[in-house]
Design a protein around this ligand. Structure first.
Ligand SMILES: [Zn+2]
Length: 494
């Protein structure tokens, strides 16, 4: 009896503490399955060709988002524009030639992962260094030379300690022997996939010394012998191998890629200098020319779902403002570009913020919220919540409380574990805000079988779940925007 009475009191006090705000409920209700579906059917249609950064489909998506912000009467915050230009660089596959004496190596006789531009052919003496042991390194002067050396087959090929040791001695270029044929084959495949398509914020510059990976046959060929014979001169005998000569050239060409973040700003009232930033990335991975059948990666979930979520949030707050419920703090709705190329749009914003970062109170980032992962096939409506407790205990408490008060989703913190091997905390745009000590929450639905595939389509989206999750973000934003105190950063974050 007593126990029940106590429980009863406890429940009453919770209800009193977490009373629903009728205005919040009213505007959350503007986030509907229908609106989300209408917008997503456009953003994730084949016409947008997978929204690859810098490509036509990405530009079409940007125009669609900007028009939406304009319709809502949001301020265009970048000198009167909704676009923040994000200048990027693409690099084509480098052109490499390697000659031994007068014969040019065939492309399948070595593996190159790019490297720095040589500005024309370079001819150098090529010395043989065996397996690059300390003894061998002491016997052969490698400084400013081309060096043929066998990699330690038990270590990672790319980060091989032998490569490091030879570079430290000042070698100009390394011909690294991959002794196992299957390793060489695997490397060739990796290099084929690596060629072209890279995009970065900084102009690709020379820097890393060049290294080419060669098979044992090619190693022999470089010294006009066989690898078996060459290998006999190991240890102290390496110094006796007469240097050969090699010519090589690497031409790296970079080109500009024009892309843009799309921003819409809603000004607050008495605390308008403080800004919440709500983000989703609107770019995706474009077209897969080698895919069987459907080649367009529609990215309905990744991150069409987050993008239409941001559009719906902007609409809800804009309507609240029109009807006299302007939030106290300002809100920047920002869909970013270049996420799939390495979180580039959000990194650019964090380095070139439109509103000062020291006045930026939170980043709520949404990346994939329209599906279920296999772990939650039959679960209650859920969302993975990541990062809420890393920088601000207040934010975490607020996020928990508003969820319990309003949408009551199952919050799954699996990916928030600091030692989780998938490192999700570092893998979407919020990370560029967390890095700057701005509290963040990342909302995510997990990894499913259509992740980064043409089958990530609109008809697989669960719109009721997408609406509920978007409303959950809405309530958190509402609370953060309207509370008296700014969220306190009281934790170190990692
Ligand atoms: Zn994504």
């Amino acid at each position: 009896m007593k126990k029940i009475l106590l429980l009863g009191l406890w429940a009453t006090s919770i209800v009193a503490f977490a009373q629903q705000n009728p205005a919040a409920v009213k505007y959350a209700a503007t986030i509907t399955e229908k609106n989300l579906k209408d917008d997503l059917s456009i953003l994730a249609s084949d016409a947008l060709e997978g929204r690859e950064t810098g490509k036509r489909g990405q530009k079409m998506a940007a125009a669609f988002i900007a028009a939406h912000f304009q319709d809502l009467g949001l301020k265009a915050p970048v000198n009167g524009s909704y676009y923040q230009p994000v200048p990027l660089y693409g690099s084509a596959a480098p052109t490499v030639t390697i000659k031994t004496g007068t014969t040019e190596l065939r492309a399948d006789e070595y593996v190159s992962f790019g490297g720095s531009d040589t500005g024309g052919p370079v001819t150098l003496p090529l010395v043989y260094l065996g397996a690059g042991t300390a003894e061998e390194l002491a016997k052969v002067d490698v400084k400013d030379k081309a060096v043929l050396v066998a990699l330690d087959p038990t270590a990672s090929m790319m980060r091989n300690p032998t490569l490091t040791a030879v570079r430290e001695k000042g070698a100009k270029v390394i011909f690294a022997i991959v002794e196992k044929a299957e390793d060489f084959q695997r490397f060739s495949g990796m290099a084929r996939n690596f060629r072209g398509g890279g995009v970065s914020l900084r102009k690709p510059a020379g820097g890393a010394p060049n290294a080419f990976f060669v098979s044992t046959e090619t190693a022999g060929k470089l010294f006009n012998t066989t690898y078996d014979k060459l290998k006999k001169s190991a240890g102290a005998k390496v110094a006796k191998v007469k240097p050969a000569q090699v010519s090589y050239s690497v031409a790296v060409s970079a080109y500009e890629v024009k892309s843009e973040n799309v921003l819409g700003f809603l000004e607050g009232t008495d605390k308008k200098d403080e800004v919440l930033v709500i983000t989703a990335h609107y770019d995706h991975i474009g077209i897969s020319p080698n895919a069987q059948g459907d080649k367009i990666n529609n990215g309905a979930d990744d991150d069409g779902s987050g993008t239409v979520g941001v559009l719906a949030l902007a609409k809800a707050f804009a309507q609240a403002k029109q009807e006299g419920h302007t939030p106290r703090r300002s809100i920047l709705f920002m869909t970013v570009t270049g996420e799939e190329k390495g979180l580039l749009g959000s990194e650019y914003y964090s380095e070139n913020p439109v509103y000062p970062l020291d006045k930026t109170v939170v980043n709520l980032n949404i990346d994939m919220i329209g599906r279920r992962d296999p772990q939650h096939k039959d679960s209650a409506p859920y969302v993975y919540v990541i990062g809420s407790d890393r920088l601000s205990s207040e934010l975490h408490t607020l996020s928990e409380t508003t969820n319990k008060t309003y949408t009551n989703l199952l919050f799954d913190y699996t990916y928030n574990a600091e030692d989780h091997p998938d490192r999700i905390y570092y893998r979407s745009d919020h990370w560029n805000f967390a890095k700057k000590n701005i509290p963040i929450i990342f909302y995510f639905d997990g990894i499913h079988e259509d992740y980064h595939k043409p089958s990530d389509e609109v008809d697989k989206i669960e719109f009721d779940l997408l609406a509920k999750r978007t409303q959950t973000v809405f309530y958190a934003a509402w609370e953060i925007a309207n509370r008296d105190g700014r969220l306190v950063v009281d934790k170190a974050g990692k």
